[in-house]
Design a protein around this ligand. Structure first.
Ligand SMILES: *[C@@H]1O[C@H](CO)[C@@H](O)[C@H](O)[C@H]1NC(C)=O
Length: 196
């Protein structure tokens, strides 16, 4: 459906572009006329810009739907797992490049969703990066935007790595509870995408 919608919008865009080009290539008569044509050209340009923005936002929506179809959709989020394994920073950058962030559960519901999806999509994988770290201030765990988080699900006696372990992961052997880990260790990861 989304693909059809995109195609329709693309067709409309091309028809309008064609129209704009044929109008601007019409022979021009007199100075007065020319300034009027300039105005029309301006209007068309605005319209084409607007359509272009719409096409791009449709493309983004379509990419998101593809993510949601390949991964899983829970509440207002889509999760998509990646085999990696990557360092925390690389995993984080990969999620951002795809238009999301590393999965950052904000409630036990979301944590369970990430855990269950992780079990299914990364079978046998016990540790999965989360978008949570205390790199800037030891002991102060924040999300990948540096914003303090207020839902925690640490495993017992965690976090315990002090300044050495600054990145959080979800431990499948501990029912999805968290532990801190050296950021440079290689882990699989799940990206999270917010559906508009
Ligand atoms: C994951 O949790 C289990 C159960 O608490 C624990 O035995 C195990 O050591 C944890 N994994 C790591 C790598 O710490």
């Amino acid at each position: 459906m989304a693909r059809t919608g995109l195609l329709v919008v693309l067709c409309i865009t091309f028809v309008l572009l064609d129209l704009a080009l044929s109008q601007s290539s019409k022979p021009k008569a007199g100075k007065k006329r020319r300034s009027k044509e300039k105005e029309t050209d301006g209007d068309l340009k605005t319209q084409i810009d607007k359509l272009w923005r719409e096409v791009n936002s449709l493309k983004e929506m379509q990419a998101l739907q593809t993510v949601c179809l390949r991964g899983t959709k829970v509440h207002k989020r889509c999760y998509l797992a990646f085999d990696g394994p990557k360092h925390f920073h690389e995993a984080n950058e990969d999620c951002i490049a795809k238009g999301g962030t590393l999965a950052t559960p904000r409630s036990s519901d979301e944590n369970n969703a990430v855990r269950d999806y992780g079990k299914k999509s990364l079978p046998g994988e016990t540790e999965i990066w989360l978008g949570i770290n205390d790199m800037v201030t030891e002991g102060k765990f924040v999300d990948v935007n540096g914003i303090a988080i207020n839902y925690f699900n640490w495993n017992k006696a965690q976090p315990n790595g002090g300044k050495r372990e600054n990145c959080a992961l979800l431990n499948q052997s501990a029912q999805g509870r968290w532990q801190d880990e050296v950021c440079r260790s290689l882990k699989k990861y799940i990206c999270e995408f917010i559906i508009p």
